[in-house]
Write a protein that binds this ligand. Structure first.
Ligand code: 26Y
Length: 822
């Protein structure tokens, strides 16, 4: 047994320089004279990584030696973004590396820019997973993320002729310093095949198949901040080398020889680019199973090293399901426990439900995962059988308590009796877990009243809880907003706020400090200037940092209502065109920024992107308008783009139809960076409003409980746009932004399609809210006060708080800081 002492990291310039040069010359076979910024990045990254490795090894060794209970966060998505800067900050080596690189003529910022994002996720759900592993590492919780190592992450978005065009994200084309291949950690994963019943135990089977793929682990370090702990994200990749058929090759059948490799590789080739729409594709089901099977085998293998009986698994492992995507982990654990470890059904079920917990992230019906029973039966015959049995025992227990309620049984059955039958993954996840949570207070209430209503009645209120989302202060303040962070550090007196956002409270005492207020404003202006440069570089559009920056960045989706935003812009343009030049000079200057990707197959969302770009083209080149109004669509939104955009916003829009956005997390990031929200009474906006106070947030629109009634009314009555909305429609229809036919379907969805997202209902109050924002922004001093007060009250939205709540109320796990014990 060894002592866990504080591992010293050499910080002097000479040692750092040596290690960079060492990597440059030996890892990359370059000489200092021929070093370009790409190799400067790689050599520096490898040198930083060396410094992380020591801590990483110690963390893993320590946790296994003390037999720490570990949390396994299972997610098909990890939207990590870049790692280099994050690691430099965590190790507190940023200035040192800046110095060394400066000596050889490089700016650290440029070197940081060489790194490609790890974009293994779509949007909020994937980024949440990344923030949570960051918080686990920084708060010393033994925790691992598990995911898939997609060869192609989130597609690159190009804008061509105003339309979104998708290009593959070949992020692994250059060496990736932030992953460790673990060829020795490889598991076989079976598909298809048939079952042989155990002669002795009726519910035990042998699953035989010759379709077996190997999943191999790649580990990504997650540097904890202000601690010795380094967390881990273990990503599975399909291994193909064993699948090369030499006999076919020798016989001249070259395609046949590699056919097996192709079939295997495709399983971890691409991230499905859908966010909140379930397509039910067979390949996706196979991806999900590969992921679940490899992960569960790995967790079990680690547990077995303790020599404890399998029924004690829940004492050492907590598994969190990030939405239903990893739900097959439940029947996979049952299969391992029953068929391979010899547990009885009841022991296996008890162990499984105590191990798993499930987070729901959406109420949109189109996002609910359902798999056709025939598809599941073909690909995973054993799991289909286990799901039938889980359902049977569950329904039997319900029938006992609520006899003769056929309708109840039909409603809660894990198998939906449609044509064909479907497995309802949310119900399976719920029945197989000891806790189910939503991601903001309103959302957790809604799921209790809708999809899980009957389950609350049957399984009790206590199982269904709320865990409001949070975001990492490391990435979303300290890393992305250095100037504001410096001010906070000065106000707090040290950097402790980075791991404890309750410290932000002291900012409240600075709100009347003239000098502080001036610096606060300057920091924002500097961030806006930085974004203006980024906008110029990515779009060629010139914007002035003196304008109000009005930002909506997120996935493009009808429920998020980017359409309402652009219609508001059109109405503003219409009004400006009606004014005299003299009147226009009195108007507040505004830059409206959009960014976000549409799922490749989501036609309506793609038309919205086209409309935004068409409006931008006309408005930005209108000389009468000049700087009074600019419209920008920044292409290829990403974690890195967000790090430029979010700190630069004055006002950001979070304007989903009430009751549709489960939480939202960028809303938290904007306010933490001194921006103000214009939003609906939805998701986490509500709780942000509670924390910062109503003076600091601009709410508008109908309330969640009113939505059904409006929708019902609009199904049977022609929606009536108010004058402002009508003016926007008229402008489109008179070909102001090009051929109106292209956009007619968007207008029809409102006027003839029942206006499902209630644009006609909310538009009048939306326009009013914009006026209120404008009036407030003109009161410059009050605006600065709002900004400072908001930040000072945002402690709740740290992912550290969220992870601590999960740890205490769901995972039953405690921090185990490395280096604190000997
Ligand atoms: C079924 C499959 C195609 C699918 C894939 C991805 C379904 C949903 C998703 C992603 C959902 C998602 O990102 N949801 C968002 O989760 C955030 C974190 O909890 C919330 O803040 C946000 O409101 C919610 O839309």
């Amino acid at each position: 047994f060894r002592a866990y002492s504080h591992s010293e990291i050499a910080r002097d310039a000479a040692t750092i320089k040596n290690s960079v040069v060492m990597h440059l010359t030996t890892t990359f076979l370059r000489t200092p004279d021929s070093m370009d910024s790409g190799h400067a990045y790689l050599a520096s990254a490898f040198s930083v990584r060396d410094r992380l490795l020591q801590r990483w090894n110690l963390t893993n060794e320590y946790h296994s030696n003390i037999g720490a209970k570990t949390i396994y966060y299972m997610s098909l998505e990890f939207l990590v973004g870049r790692t280099f800067d994050n690691a430099l900050l965590a190790l507190q080596l940023r200035d040192e590396y800046a110095g060394v690189l400066g000596d050889v003529g490089f700016r650290l910022e440029d070197i940081i820019d060489e790194e490609r994002d790890a974009a293994l996720g779509n949007g909020g759900l994937g980024r949440l997973a990344a923030c949570y592993v960051d918080s686990m590492a920084s708060s010393n919780y033994p925790g691992w993320g598990y995911g898939l190592r997609y060869r192609y992450g989130m597609f690159q978005q190009q804008i061509i002729n105003g339309y979104q065009v998708e290009a593959p994200d070949c992020w692994l084309d250059s060496p990736n310093p932030w992953e460790f291949p673990r060829a020795d950690v490889t598991y076989p994963v079976k598909f298809y095949g048939h079952l042989v019943r155990d002669p002795e135990v009726s519910y035990r089977y042998k699953w035989e198949s010759n379709v077996v793929y190997d999943a191999m682990a790649f580990d990504m370090p997650v540097p904890g901040y202000g601690t010795e702990n380094v967390g881990n994200i273990r990503l599975w990749s399909c291994k193909t080398n064993g699948l090369f058929d030499l006999n076919k090759f020798n016989a001249g059948d070259y395609q046949g020889a590699t056919g097996g490799q192709v079939a295997a590789q495709i399983l971890t080739d691409v991230l499905y680019p859908n966010d909140n729409t379930n397509e039910g594709k067979e390949l996706r089901l196979r991806q999900e199973f590969l992921f679940c099977s490899a992960t569960l085998q790995d967790i079990i293998a680690r547990f077995k090293k303790t020599g404890k009986p399998m029924t004690q698994l829940p004492e050492l492992a907590a598994i969190q399901l990030n939405d239903t995507h990893p739900t097959l982990g439940i029947p996979e654990l049952m299969r391992i426990l029953i068929d391979e470890e010899g547990l009885s059904w009841d022991e296996a079920w008890d162990t499984t439900t105590k191990t798993f917990a499930f987070t729901n992230h959406t109420v949109l019906p189109e996002a609910m995962e359902k798999w056709p029973v025939p598809m599941m039966d073909k690909i995973l015959p054993r799991h289909m059988g286990i799901i039938y049995d889980i359902n049977l025992f569950f329904l039997q227990s319900v029938e006992e308590r609520f006899p003769k309620d056929r309708e109840l049984l039909r409603n809660i059955s894990i198998i939906e009796e449609s044509n064909s039958q479907q497995v309802r993954m949310a119900y399976l996840a719920c029945v197989g877990s000891h806790k189910v949570n939503g991601v903001a207070a309103i959302h957790s209430d809604i799921i209790k009243q809708t999809i899980f209503k009957d389950f609350v009645r049957i399984q009790g209120e206590d199982k269904f809880i709320n865990k409001t989302n949070g975001v990492s202060p490391r990435r979303w303040v300290n890393e992305c907003n250095p100037d504001m962070s410096r001010l906070i550090t000065e106000a707090v007196g040290d950097r402790s706020w980075i791991n404890d956002l309750t410290k932000l409270k002291v900012l409240e005492s600075k709100v009347d400090d003239k000098e502080f207020r001036q610096s606060w404003w300057e920091a924002k202006q500097k961030n806006k200037a930085r974004l203006a440069e980024y906008i110029l570089a990515t779009t060629g559009i010139n914007v002035s940092p003196d304008a109000l920056f009005d930002v909506q960045v997120k996935r493009i989706h009808e429920y998020k209502r980017q359409l309402m935003n652009i219609l508001g812009v059109i109405y503003r343009y219409h009004r400006l065109k009606q004014m005299s030049a003299a009147e226009r000079t009195k108007e507040l200057h505004r830059v409206v920024v959009f960014a976000g990707k549409a799922a490749a197959g989501y036609w309506v969302a793609k038309q919205v992107i086209k409309l935004i770009n068409s409006v931008a083209e006309v408005v930005n080149s209108d000389e009468e308008i000049g700087d009074v109004l600019k419209v920008v669509f920044i292409p290829d939104y990403s974690v890195t783009a967000a790090e430029y955009i979010i700190p630069a916003s004055d006002i950001s829009q979070h304007i989903s139809t009430a009751g549709t956005e489960a939480s939202g997390t960028s809303n938290m990031k904007f306010v933490l960076n001194g921006g103000i929200i214009l939003g609906t009474v939805d998701g986490a906006n509500i709780e942000i409003g509670e924390e910062v106070g109503e003076e600091q947030i601009f709410f508008f629109g109908c309330l969640a409980h009113e939505v059904d009634e409006f929708r019902h009314y609009l199904r049977f009555h022609q929606p009536k746009p108010d004058e402002a909305l009508q003016a926007a429609f008229d402008m489109i229809q008179s070909n102001t932004f090009g051929d109106a036919h292209i956009f007619q379907p968007l207008i029809d969805a409102v006027l003839c399609g029942g206006d499902v997202y209630l644009l006609t209902v909310d538009f009048p109050s939306y326009v009013e809210a914009h006026k209120a924002v404008e009036a407030a922004y003109r009161q410059h001093d009050d605006w600065v006060t709002k900004s400072i007060l908001s930040v000072s009250r945002m402690a709740k939205f740290s992912s550290d708080r969220a992870v601590q709540e999960y740890a205490e109320e769901i995972w039953n796990i405690e921090p185990a800081p490395v280096g604190k014990s000997t």
